[in-house]
Write a protein that binds this ligand. Structure first.
Ligand code: PMP
Length: 527
């Protein structure tokens, strides 16, 4: 062997160091099915059961043979991977197949147009941009209509067929005596008021605990302060709606609704009316919050959100990036709670654990074809990822949807185990949540533990990571806390999950629960 070359560490050395404090900075050298392999000191492979599942991108398993075979075929046959601005029949086929499944699950026939992208956050950004473009076009139409009404009222006043009443001036907020029935004073005041509304930035709604990505716009819809606050100045803001509190929607409506003032001539009088202004650009919802701690949206709250959005003409963006693609037993987990989106975002497993791809779907009634001319990416809609995604859908749909049923059944088996652990450690486990293969276990706060190691981990904001380090080193199990709720461990394995793998996780969880119950942090691998 030659002399050892030590490269300077430049690819996020700080992150590696942070992971290292919890023993999580390990290298995986191979991946197959539900297993990642790392090497021990002698270079022997140690299999690690993967419950993190790429945080939801490998529902079908790591390096799933059918997908690897398809990828190999595509590359060997010289598929034109990059051919931006040409006809993409494979993208169209993928959009059609997504529509077929979505129609079946939603019981609708309305077409959903597809905008392809590369990552989850990018699909969210596309949805945000599209929603704002649509709102902008609705604003322009409204503005034009208001201008037409002003012009015809002005003409009627000039022709002497209409007069400006004190009531109209009062409604516009003018002092009737001072304005003296002057139409131009009225028109100027309406224009001033309306211009103020039109100049306001769009308002987005998102749920507390919501996670929609970390790009400049999408991170403003991600609730976690640490991710969002440093970039506040970069993009439009969201209001965060408390989960499962329908009253909150009424309060937000009362505080955020805007109106513009319109003039009409009725029975020879100029009248001023208030009209609802499209202030709300989009409401982003995860059917099951992933990074926020595995919180399932209830059908009741889903219906409230739907009603609210209909009443203010605000599109619903259902972010299925983590929950979708079969993980909970359906392509759209929102279809299981009766939530209907104007937009859907899908990513992660859409690329089969191999390609990087995502898609934003928009229903026809909201679709603006102009978007296609102003939004693109060098890499999106490429033949390689479209064909891989088609293979993913084929695998999900095979045998009458056996994969969906398997995800639901394996999820139930995993959930039974988690529930039994929770029942045996009631003082340690707070709750088991989730659906299908998207499950979480929340632990009680350990900052009052008699064990310094547990107390420090809880205080240092790394609690779930310390548990994950122990599970990795002592039990060969990989899991992670959710990004914004560190007391919750997530379990998002592939649908190849075996009973033996569930038992292996159970051994690990019972061990960490006993350590917490016994306040014995010194028993932790990195304690
Ligand atoms: N939305 C949701 C619901 C997610 O879970 C994630 C990723 N965890 C994203 C968006 C962002 O996806 P990506 O990491 O591919 O940008």
């Amino acid at each position: 062997a030659g002399p050892e070359v030590t490269e300077p560490e430049l690819a996020e050395p700080h992150l590696r160091a942070v992971l290292g404090t919890a023993g999580l900075a390990v290298e995986y050298v191979r991946a197959q099915d539900n297993t990642l392999f790392r090497l021990d000191e002698d270079g022997t492979e140690i299999p690690v059961v993967d419950f993190a599942g790429g945080y939801g991108s490998v529902l079908l398993g790591h390096n799933r043979p059918e997908i690897v075979e398809r990828a190999t075929e595509l590359l060997a046959s010289g598929t034109p991977v990059h051919a931006q601005f040409s006809r993409h029949p494979y993208a169209n086929r993928l959009a059609a197949e997504l529509n077929r499944i979505v129609h079946r699950e939603l019981g609708t026939g309305e077409p959903y147009f597809a905008i392809f992208a590369n990552t989850g956050a990018e699909a969210v950004e596309a949805a945000i941009k599209h929603a704002e473009m649509d709102r902008g076009m609705r604003l322009a139409a409204l503005r034009e209509e208001l201008a037409e009404h002003t012009a015809s009222a002005r003409a009627a006043v000039a022709a002497g067929t209409a007069t400006v009443t004190a009531q109209a001036l009062g409604r516009a907020g003018l002092d009737a005596a001072a304005a003296g029935g002057d139409f131009e004073a009225l028109a100027a005041e309406l224009e001033r008021h309306n211009a103020e509304q039109f100049a306001r930035p769009p308002l987005f709604l998102s749920l507390e605990g919501g996670f929609h990505g970390k790009l400049a716009a999408s991170v403003q819809l991600t609730h976690n302060e640490g991710y969002r606050a440093p970039f506040k100045a970069l993009a439009a803001q969201a209001r965060f709606v408390p989960r499962e509190r329908p009253d909150a929607l009424k309060e937000i409506y009362a505080e955020e609704r805007r109106t513009v003032r319109d003039v009409r001539v009725v029975d020879g009088r100029v009248e001023v009316t208030e009209r609802e202004f499209p202030a709300f650009c989009a409401f982003l919802v995860e059917p099951i919050q992933g990074e926020g701690g595995i919180h399932v949206l209830s059908p009741e709250f889903a219906a409230e959100i739907q009603r609210f959005c209909e009443s203010v003409d605000c599109p619903v963006v259902v972010d299925e990036i983590q929950s979708g693609m079969g993980r909970t037993g359906a392509l759209l987990s929102s279809s299981q709670v009766g939530l209907r989106g104007d937009y859907y975002t899908l990513a992660k497993t859409l690329g089969g654990g191999i390609a990087k791809t995502s898609v934003m779907l928009v229903r026809e009634a909201r679709y603006r074809k102009e978007f296609e001319i102003v939004h693109s990416s060098t890499f999106a809609k490429d033949s390689f990822s479209c064909h891989i995604a088609l293979k993913v859908l084929e695998l999900l749909e095979a045998d009458g949807g056996a994969a969906y049923r398997r995800a639901a059944e394996r999820g139930e088996a995993l959930r039974r185990m988690l529930t039994s652990v929770a029942e045996d450690f009631p003082g340690v486990v707070k709750e088991v949540r989730g659906r299908g293969l998207m499950l979480g276990m929340e632990f009680h706060d350990q900052s009052g533990s008699a064990s310094p190691a547990l107390r420090d981990a809880a205080a240092g904001g790394l609690f779930g990571y310390v548990l994950a380090g122990h599970l990795l080193h002592r039990h060969n199990v990989r899991t992670f806390p959710t990004a914004s709720a560190l007391n919750t461990l997530r379990f998002e394995p592939s649908l190849l999950l075996t009973d033996a793998e569930i038992a292996q996780l159970e051994g690990g969880l019972r061990d960490v629960c006993a350590i917490m119950r016994d306040e014995a942090g010194e028993r932790l691998a990195n304690g």
